[in-house]
Ligand binder design. Structure first.
Ligand SMILES: Nc1ncnc2c1ncn2[C@@H]1O[C@H](COP(=O)(O)OP(=O)(O)OP(=O)(O)O)[C@@H](O)[C@H]1O
Length: 251
């Protein structure tokens, strides 16, 4: 569903991501974790065609994002950490616009259901500029979900959400994964990643330090016969410069 092979991105001489390869299958939820500047957003933005890779192959549902961008984009949604909305459009105008761009069938019913789920129905006629930070995040999520994407890319999706919103988002991610979506979540909230991601990819300075299931990760890092928490593993994997100290199950 998501395939990345030998992805490399260099910005004006700065190597942001180096030889990254991984895949996410239907039903899998990959937690993309790493320190600031590790290359997480660059990877997500490249997967959805917003950043042009320096080299490598990135595909969504079998469509290469560079060679068949329309087919790939039809099947994905990307929710950035600070979603750009149209300030002067209301909530319902955003949904109508999104529905028309993606040719969504039964858009009115789907939009009403999503607005209900994310407790935004009372703000239907409010302009985006007049929404709170968390409400803007919810609107971006609803717009992203409206065309029922097979691939969902979320960059720090919990930012600004209240505990109800976080619970709803987690539930929605679980349900969409059960329905067969392939999901990538970039986050610094390690407890959240540990809670419901099926797989983890640890990036440091653009290098892949580990990619595998949570169980494989924990089996690889055992301290004095005790399994380590994801937080302990994160520090172990990102505080050393030697890639060989951290096994990669994809190699
Ligand atoms: N448009 C750009 N032009 C130049 N350099 C960039 C650009 N975008 C990102 N970078 C650089 O690429 C590297 C990776 O950035 P990226 O935003 O992908 O990291 P990140 O893992 O998402 O970080 P964070 O956790 O802080 O969001 C950083 O060194 C960053 O400064």
């Amino acid at each position: 569903m998501i395939e990345i092979r030998d992805f490399r991105k260099v910005y004006d001489g700065l190597l942001a991501v180096d030889q990254l390869s991984f895949s996410v299958k239907p039903g899998e939820v990959l937690g993309l974790i790493g320190p600031n500047g590790a290359g997480k957003t660059t990877t997500l933005r490249s997967l959805c065609g917003l950043v042009v890779p320096t080299s490598g192959h990135l595909s969504v549902c079998g469509y290469d994002i560079e060679k068949a961008p329309i087919e790939a984009k039809k099947r994905l949604c990307y929710i950035p950490d600070d979603p750009p909305l149209f300030s002067d459009l209301t909530v319902e105008q955003h949904l109508a616009f999104t529905a028309s761009v993606y040719n969504v069938e039964n858009a009115t019913e789907k939009a009403a259901q999503l607005l209900e789920t994310f407790e935004l129905a009372s703000k239907k006629t409010t302009r985006a500029s007049d929404l709170s930070r968390g409400m803007r995040q919810k609107l971006a999520i609803i717009c992203g979900y409206l065309h029922e994407p097979e691939v969902i890319l979320l960059d720090e999706p919990m930012t600004g959400l209240d505990p109800h919103g976080i619970r709803k988002l987690k539930e929605s991610i679980r349900i969409r994964a059960e329905q067969g979506a392939a999901i990538v979540i970039s986050s610094h909230l390690l407890a959240m990643v540990e809670d419901f991601c099926t797989h983890v990819l640890i990036l440091k300075s653009g290098q892949q330090r580990f990619c595998g299931t949570l169980d494989e990760l924990k089996d690889s890092f055992v301290s004095h016969q005790n399994s380590m928490t994801l937080e302990q593993i994160f520090f172990h994997a990102t505080e050393t410069d030697s890639p060989s100290l951290v096994p990669s199950l994809t190699e």
